[in-house]
Design a protein around this ligand. Structure first.
Ligand code: F6P
Length: 559
C-alpha cells in the first residue's frame, strides 16, 4: 500500500489555507449576486436531490477542494476499494461492502484473491431469501408447530445498528405480520424488556455477530436460550432433556456470522446459519446476511430493493467526475469545515420520524471509521480527523438543541434529510400535516443560512438588549437531501452516500477507515475487571485507586 499523502503538504491545502484566511462567509450576498447558485450547487444522486448551495463555499473554494481530492488520490482509492485492494492494511483485508449489492449477473464477475465474490454473495442472498420466505409463509415453524410472529435480532454495533435503523425506517413495508425486535446491550434490562410479553413458541432468535466472539451478543444469546427453554418448559412444550432442548434451539435459533465453526459450537445448526466474509466491516454490513431480520420482517424483495439503492450510489461514485460526485463533494465540505473552520461536530437532522435511528447508525459508521490518530502506515495524522456526528429527527430537535446551532458560538454543519411524500398522509382540520412538517425543514435551513439582522429585528419593533438576543447571524452551513419518498431504494442510497462520504474524508486524512482498534482496550479491561466486581481480592488489588474505590462503592451498595 502506498504511503498516504500528507494533505497538509499539498498545494491545494496551501490554497485553501490562503482562501480561509481572507474568507468572509456571506450566503445572503452570494445568493443575491448569483441567481444560478441554487441550481448550480444542487446535484442529483440516484433518486436523491442534494442541495449543497447553503454551504460556506464559493466556486473558488470548491475548485481548491476538488484539487485536494485529486492530490490525495480520492478517485484512485475509490477504484482500489471497488476492485478489492487490501485497503484495510492493519488486518490485511479487502474492503468490499460494495460487492454485497452488485446485481446478479454483473459483468465482468468480481474475482478477488481468487474468490468469485459475486457468486458467493448471490449464493448467500439466495439462501437468505429462501429462508426468509419460509419464515414469512409459515413453512418454517417453531418447535410446537406454530408460525413465527416475532424475530429477535441479537447483535451489537454493526450487527445491530444497521438492522434496527432500517427496520424502523421501512416498517410501513412490513407485510407478513412478523415483528422484529433488537437486543444489543449487555445490560440485562435490554433482553428482559424486549422478551417480555413474547411467546417462546412463536419467537425466532437471530444471533448476529461477524466474529461470534462478542461478549454482549454471546451473553444475550445464552440468556435468550435460557428464556426459550424455560418458557417452552413452562408451557409443557418440552422437557429438560438434551434432545428436547437441542430441538428447541434448532427451531428457534439461527445465526449470521463469518465464523460458522463458532456458530456450531454454540449449538446452532450450521444449516441454519448464514455467512459473510471478513472483507465486510461490521459497520458496513447491514446489506450482508446481517440484514436477515429485515428480509424476514420486510421481505426479501424489499431487502433486494434496498441493495439496489446502495448499488445506484456505488455506480454514481464509480462513474461520476469528482466535480459532480456527491459523496466526494460532501466529504470535501466536511474536511473544509473540520480542518479550516475547526468544526468539531456535524449534525444529521432527518425530517422523518422513520429515520429516528439514522443518526445513531451514522455515529458508528463515521466515528468508528474515522476516529483515528494514526494513518494507514502507522504514522501520526497531520491534521484533525473524525468529527462527532449526532442528531435527532426534526422537529423534536428544534425544541431541544437547535438553539445552539442557530446562535451558539460553534460552527455546526448540518445535513437535513426530508421526503416529499409521507408514509402516513394525515390531515389536521384540512391541513396536510406532512406539508407543515416540511415547512419546518425549509424554514430551518433558511434561518440557518440567512439569519436575521439587527435591522430586521428592530424593524419589528424590538429595542435595547433584546435586539442582540433576537438577532440570528446566519451563515450556518447546511446540506439539504430531499427525495420523493422513503422507499427501500432511497434508504439504500442514503446509507451508501454516507459510507462514501466517510471514505472520502478518511482518504484525505490518510486513515484506514476499516479497522477499529480503539474499541479493544476497553473490552480487555472489562474481562480483567469482571472477577474484581464479583469480589476476587487479587483482581480488586490489581486495579488503580479510582477503580478500586468504585468497586468498593459497588460492593457496599449491592443488594
Ligand atoms: O465495537 C467493535 C465491533 O467490532 C464493531 O466494529 C462491530 O460492529 C461490533 O463490535 C460487533 O461485532 P460482531 O458483529 O463481531 O459481534
Amino acid at each position: 500500500m502506498n504511503a498516504p499523502v500528507d494533505p497538509t503538504r499539498t498545494a491545494a491545502w496551501s490554497e485553501l489555507t490562503t482562501l480561509r484566511d481572507s474568507f468572509s462567509p456571506d450566503l445572503r450576498g452570494w445568493f443575491a449576486a448569483d441567481p444560478g447558485r441554487a441550481e448550480r450547487l444542487s446535484l442529483p444522486l440516484a433518486d436523491l436531490h442534494v442541495d449543497l448551495s447553503k454551504n460556506l463555499v464559493t466556486d473558488e473554494v470548491l475548485a481548491a477542494l476538488l484539487r485536494l481530492a485529486e492530490q490525495t488520490g480520492v478517485a484512485e482509492r475509490f477504484q482500489a476499494m471497488l476492485s478489492g485492494s487490501h485497503l484495510n492494511t492493519s488486518e490485511d483485508r479487502a474492503v468490499l461492502h460494495t460487492a454485497l449489492r452488485r446485481p446478479a449477473g454483473a459483468s465482468p464477475a468480481l474475482v478477488v484473491d481468487g474468490q468469485d465474490v459475486d457468486a458467493d454473495v448471490q449464493s448467500v442472498l439466495d439462501a437468505l431469501s429462501a429462508f426468509a420466505d419460509r419464515v414469512r409463509s409459515g413453512d418454517w415453524l417453531g418447535v410446537t408447530g406454530k408460525k413465527v410472529t416475532h424475530v429477535v435480532n441479537i447483535g451489537i454495533g454493526g450487527s445491530d445498528l444497521g438492522p434496527v435503523m432500517v427496520y424502523e425506517a421501512l416498517k410501513p413495508y412490513a407485510d407478513a405480520g412478523i415483528h422484529a425486535l433488537f437486543v444489543s446491550n449487555i445490560d440485562p434490562t435490554d433482553l428482559a424488556q424486549k422478551t417480555a410479553g413474547l411467546d417462546p413458541e412463536t419467537t425466532l432468535f437471530i444471533v448476529a455477530s461477524k466474529t461470534f466472539t462478542t461478549l454482549e451478543t454471546l451473553t444475550n444469546a445464552r440468556l435468550a436460550r435460557d428464556w426459550l427453554w424455560q418458557g417452552l418448559a413452562a408451557a409443557g412444550a418440552i422437557d429438560d432433556s438434551d434432545e428436547a432442548r437441542t430441538d428447541a434451539v434448532a427451531h428457534h435459533f439461527v445465526a449470521v456470522s463469518t465464523a460458522l465453526d463458532k456458530v456450531a459450537a454454540f449449538g446452532i445448526d450450521p444449516a441454519n446459519a448464514f455467512g459473510f466474509w471478513d472483507w465486510v466491516g461490521g459497520r458496513y454490513s447491514v446489506d450482508s446476511a446481517i440484514g436477515l431480520s429485515l428480509a424476514i420482517a420486510l421481505g426479501p424483495d424489499v431487502f433486494r430493493d434496498l441493495l439496489a439503492g446502495f448499488h445506484a450510489v456505488d455506480e454514481h461514485v464509480r462513474t461520476t467526475e469528482l466535480s459532480r460526485n456527491v459523496p466526494v463533494l460532501m466529504g470535501l465540505l466536511n474536511v473544509w469545515y473540520n480542518n479550516f473552520f475547526g468544526a468539531q461536530s456535524h449534525a444529521v437532522l432527518p425530517y422523518a420520524q422513520q429515520l429516528s435511528r439514522f443518526p445513531a447508525y451514522l455515529q458508528q459508521l463515521t466515528m468508528e471509521s474515522n476516529g483515528k490518530s494514526v494513518r494507514w502506515d502507522g504514522s501520526p495524522v497531520t491534521t484533525d480527523t473524525g468529527e462527532v456526528f449526532w442528531g435527532e429527527p426534526g422537529t423534536n430537535g428544534q425544541h431541544a438543541f437547535y438553539q445552539l446551532i442557530h446562535q451558539g458560538t460553534r460552527l455546526i454543519p448540518a445535513d437535513f434529510i426530508a421526503f416529499v411524500n409521507p408514509a402516513y398522509p394525515l390531515t389536521d382540520g384540512g391541513q396536510d400535516v406532512h406539508a407543515l412538517f416540511l415547512a419546518n425543514f425549509l424554514a430551518q435551513t433558511k434561518a440557518l443560512a440567512f439569519g436575521k439582522t439587527a435591522e430586521e429585528v428592530e424593524a419589528e419593533g424590538t429595542t435595547g438588549a433584546l435586539v442582540a438576543a433576537r438577532t440570528f447571524p446566519g451563515n450556518r452551513p447546511t446540506t439539504s437531501i430531499f427525495a420523493s419518498a422513503l422507499t427501500p431504494q432511497v434508504l439504500g442510497q442514503l446509507i451508501a452516500l454516507y459510507e462514501h462520504v466517510t471514505f472520502t474524508q478518511g482518504t484525505i486524512w490518510g486513515i484506514n477507515s476499516f479497522d477499529q482498534w480503539g474499541v479493544e482496550l476497553g473490552k480487555q479491561l472489562a474481562m480483567q475487571i469482571a472477577p474484581a466486581i464479583e469480589g476476587d481480592a487479587d483482581a480488586v488489588a490489581a486495579q488503580d485507586p479510582s477503580t478500586q474505590a468504585l468497586l468498593e462503592y459497588y460492593a457496599a451498595n449491592r443488594k
